[in-house]
Design a protein around this ligand. Sequence first.
Ligand code: SF4
Length: 215
Amino acid sequence: MSTDHSLQQIYQRLFERYGPQYWWPADEPFEVIVGAILTQSTAWTNVEKAILELKKANVLNPVSLRDLPTDSLAQLIRSSGYYNVKARKLKAFVEWLGNYNDSLERMFASDIPQLRKELLSIYGIGQETADSIILYAARKPIFVIDAYTHRIMDRLGLNPDYGNYAALQTVFMSNLTHDERFFNEYHALFVRHGKEVCQKSSPFCDGCCLSNLRI
Ligand code: SF4
């Protein structure tokens, strides 16, 4: 079976199994970006608590985050783990956003390669975070790769080089229509499947919707 057909099959089976995932869970694009930075190396439930604290303190906006002392910000996001480092990362992002007069609309006006290059130049923003921002905040079609995607694709025999972000991203970008809604749903479904079924140490292969897939 061709790779594009295999990828379509995987999507269809996951979607039939789980339905729409309604990602990203946030009220507006700036919150998506903050969440994408805070979710590094931690569970989403911890990020939700941190974002709630930022909202309660009325600082979930670029100006307030820039004005807030780094140690005060760190205390507000304590639940997300690595809070001192993440406070510096959030500060670095809002400092950079100042170049666009804090306008996400102006920031998102760049095309994907330019936006990605700029995001990757900011302290604390790696490939997964940059692509999450581009897909879920800017709503531009780029495929996000994460640990779940690596694991599931590897077990299905479709990961060309485990741990190589660019190589796996190319598999999706070269074989699928570049559609923002499709990429959004596809990545969210991988996360759901990786958390609930294709788990790291003990995958539940019996009854898995991808178990008898003909690749
Ligand atoms: S749970 Fe098993 S069958 Fe399903 S994708 Fe993971 S390794 Fe494959």
